[in-house]
Write a protein that binds this ligand. Sequence first.
Ligand SMILES: Cc1ncc(COP(=O)(O)O)c(C=O)c1O
Length: 450
Amino acid sequence: MEDTKIVLSEKELPQKWYNIQADLPEPLAPPINPKTKQPIGPQDLAPIFPMELIKQEVSQERWIEIPDELLDIYKLWRPSPLHRAKRLEKYLKTPARIYFKNESVSPAGSHKPNTAIAQAYYNKKEGVKRLATETGAGQWGSALSLACNFFDLECTVYMVKVSYDQKPYRKFLMQTYGAKVFASPTNLTNSGRAVLKNDPNSPGSLGIAISEAVEDAATHDDTKYSLGSVLNHVILHQTIVGLETQKQLKIADEKPDILIGCVGGGSNFGGFTFPFIPEKIKGKDIKIIAVEPTSCPTLTKGPFRYDHGDVAKFTPLMMMYTLGHSFIPPAIHAGGLRYHGAAPLVSLLLNKKIIEAVAYPQNPVFEAAVTFARTEGILPAPETAHAIKCAIDEAIKCREKKEEKCIVMNFSGHGHFDLSAYDKYISGQLEDYELPEEKIKEALSELPEI
Ligand SMILES: Cc1ncc(COP(=O)(O)O)c(C=O)c1O
């Protein structure tokens, strides 16, 4: 009988992160300065990021050493287990073998601390006193609050107002770790005040909250900015997830046929799948699927273009799949998937057809989440449930075609703070949103010409 959980010892924790920039089919298009429209250099980023992270952002080295201080903190919850979802397989009557990498075991409940801890560490080393960031539903804010607390840094979190009001428990967790949390848009920044002037009741968005946090960092000498997704260095830190998974699959004597992850900005998907990409580029038959909501269909309906990362156009222009920086997605419950853009690295791989993307509405996603909770016992985050829905669909295809495939998905986080969304689903009040083409066209009309 095969094991249900494949657990590595702390000695087997990967000692290096994997940098996919060394193995891309072509180099990334350079980020562009939004004012000069010229490619940016490290000095352009220095006001908001520490130099070590800027170096990682542009590094072409295949492997980057993980400092011992970080490994010691990773050991609080890493290596995370790889589970075989035998009960789900049995329920689906599928001949497929389904595995999930369980990132919900971190103290904050998701993969986000893998990079939060690293970012806090490098900022502390360079003398930074405070980090400013944005958060949607609060997973990223909780992770950075935890990390700042470990490295004795102050932490300011701009939390999208609608979540701040509707989901107070993540806010309490952030405050418990010692962070200051504000409902964005605030009156504390020029970008926040500009939004409130037009719309005093603005529900906020990730694009607005990013503008506020970047402005905070750029206008305070002792403060830097921290981003929980999208950027190359963030995905680099997350590759510890895929590297562990590779070791665990080897122990299980498995080779993956299908890898699945949900995509908000692309960090859990990238961290989980990138270590497998060199094999795929060399010709190995692995299907790699990115899953997103139909209400924010960046990868499945957006164009591959240069765009800003935020509403106030402070961030560099990046070449990515985008729905337009002014796009405000409908208030679905997978708050972490409500972002207009996708990581340039994930975008390039999609454009080169090395990975593929699918989109699902939230009701079938919650149906999959409930099936998972009832079979495997763990309550998924609504974001994670997108990957589960796709894994279930693939397992059903295997049943129909009588194929014994090995399906591996990233279980990016638990949903213990998302129970009001489950309540809405169970009581039949959850709405599905299919974004009308006109809405997409409208937001895309504001894309800059580069
Ligand atoms: C549990 C969980 N999964 C996935 C995501 C999506 O982010 P990313 O695409 O950066 O992994 C988030 C973002 O908040 C999240 O909280």
